[in-house]
Design a binder for this molecule. Structure first.
Ligand code: HEC
Length: 109
């Protein structure tokens, strides 16, 4: 019986850790880009998890621009046109950092 209780707690803790693990550790984002990251985390987690954009094989700014505009044009996306530059700033930094040889950014899943 005690073992069951222990397992339940372990599973619950696991879930909590997973939810915090969604997205990036904000500490790994350079200070000037943190506001852009927060915006990204709010706007781009509405319809799918953040891992969708974070794991996408997209690396050029042009390509990101297409995606962000496509997402923005969906009904009730909640993304304003003047938020696009900030979103692109974070996304282009992120895809460059991810490709860097030292493994880039940690904490994405
Ligand atoms: C209004 C809902 C909505 C919002 C908000 C939204 N998305 Fe999406 N996203 C979708 C849907 C639906 C799909 C799957 C269909 C498609 O690919 O068009 C998708 C797919 C994607 C994909 C493709 C993933 C793949 O596997 O090819 C990427 C990348 C993406 N979204 C990035 C973003 C980014 C970046 C943002 C924030 C700027 C964002 N999304 C915000 C609805 C949304």
């Amino acid at each position: 019986m005690r073992q069951v209780a222990f397992l339940t707690v372990a599973v619950l803790l696991g879930c909590a850790a997973y939810q915090r693990g969604e997205g990036l550790d904000v500490e790994s984002v350079p200070a000037p880009l943190r506001a852009d990251y927060e915006l990204f985390a709010r706007r781009c987690s509405r319809c799918h998890s953040l891992s969708r954009p974070l794991n996408a094989r997209i690396s050029s700014e042009e390509h990101w621009r297409e995606y962000v505009n496509r997402m923005r044009r969906m009904p009730s996306s909640g993304i304003a046109a003047d938020e696009v530059p900030g979103l692109l700033r974070f996304l282009t930094w992120y895809s460059a950092a991810r490709r860097s040889p030292d493994g880039g950014v940690g904490g994405s899943r």
